[in-house]
Design a protein around this ligand. Structure first.
Ligand code: HEM
Ligand SMILES: N[C@@H](CC(=O)c1ccccc1NC=O)C(=O)O
Length: 284
């Protein structure tokens, strides 16, 4: 099929600029590659509810794909000082997050006994291995190298993930905007090694506090900060619903990925992305 060759492949999108031939008579199903998508729900058990389990994960991964697309675009916009464009992209990320959070309501119709009928078929597979989820964490600035090790055996995935690991995150480019607006930011932060976790900093806290206390003067930075808070808030809501849904379905059993299960997921809730933006609120 000729049109397929003309697609923008997601990995080469920025490198190639091939125009679609709009005169072709491609169908709805062809355009959306539904043959591929709709033939990718193979259940390992013959249990009815495994279909729900597969679909909810696939839908989540598709939304994550769009989140990454928007987050990376927003990081680029902020680097280019185009904050207005980044606001639109970040607002879209928040709306997508709302969709994924709603998904937990659907999954919680799965009861413990239904899940246990096919859980063993999953072996050691776990959401722990979600590649796109890690890329989102990296784009938001949460860098932990134990995550990279999971992919050591897969060269291509590893290289892709490593690139995201070493790149500046959303908070790094936001902090650069504070410096560009004239705030004194600790120089180590502006030239930091992006492959290390971000550590809370007094100069960043002081700068954001001034922004929040002088909204009229720093309207753009204030809007940017609130968009970041929206995204962290939603990510924490997602994590909380995941943890509670898991408790509802498997109680305190160990996870297939080898973790303690619910207690591990509770611990992850303590991890923060934009700490100063939360801390400063006590002082307002
Ligand atoms: C019955 C449904 C589910 C159960 C019982 C479950 C259980 C778990 C458990 C126990 C973990 C900890 C790692 C481990 O030891 O396996 C985990 C991690 C994870 N799960 Fe799920 N999960 C479910 C649904 C989902 C869904 C729908 C998603 C969406 C993609 C998802 C994404 C993840 C991610 C990204 C992690 C890694 C979290 C982190 O390390 O911070 N899970 N899950
Ligand atoms: N960690 C889950 C298994 C699980 O949920 C899972 C297995 C395969 C593919 C995706 C999964 N989802 C999220 O962790 C469990 O311990 O039951």
């Amino acid at each position: 099929m000729e049109h397929k060759d003309k697609r923008h492949n997601s990995t080469t999108e920025s490198e190639k600029n091939i125009h679609t031939d709009f005169t072709n008579n491609m169908t709805y199903g062809e355009y959306l590659q539904l043959d591929q998508i709709l033939s990718s729900q193979d259940r390992l058990s013959d249990h009815h509810d495994e279909m729900l389990f597969i679909v909810i994960h696939q839908v989540s991964e598709l939304w994550m794909k769009l989140i990454l697309h928007e987050l990376n675009a927003a990081i680029e916009s902020i680097e280019k000082d185009d904050l207005q464009t980044s606001f639109k992209q970040l607002a879209r990320v928040s709306r997508i997050q709302s969709q994924i959070i709603q998904g937990w309501d659907v999954l919680s119709t799965l009861t413990p006994s239904e899940y246990m009928e096919f859980r063993d078929f999953l072996g050691q597979a776990s959401g722990f291995q979600s590649f796109q989820y890690r890329k989102i964490e990296f784009a938001l600035g949460y860098k932990t190298d134990h995550v990279l090790k999971i992919y050591q055996k897969d060269r291509e995935l590893y290289a892709d993930l490593e690139k995201a690991f070493k790149a500046p995150g959303l908070y790094d480019v936001a902090i650069k905007q504070l410096a560009k607006a004239g705030f004194t930011i600790h120089p180590d932060l502006l030239n930091r090694d992006y492959s290390t976790p971000y550590e809370e900093d007094q100069s960043v806290r002081d700068a954001w506090l001034t922004v929040y206390q002088n909204v009229d003067q720093y309207w753009d930075l204030y809007q940017l900060a609130e968009k970041l808070v929206d995204i962290e808030d939603s990510l924490q809501q997602w994590r909380f619903r995941h943890m509670k849904t898991v408790e509802r379905i498997i109680g305190f059993k160990m996870g297939t990925g080898g973790s303690s299960g619910v207690n591990y997921l509770k611990k992850v809730l303590d991890q923060r992305f934009f700490p100063e933006l939360w801390d400063l609120r006590t002082e307002l």
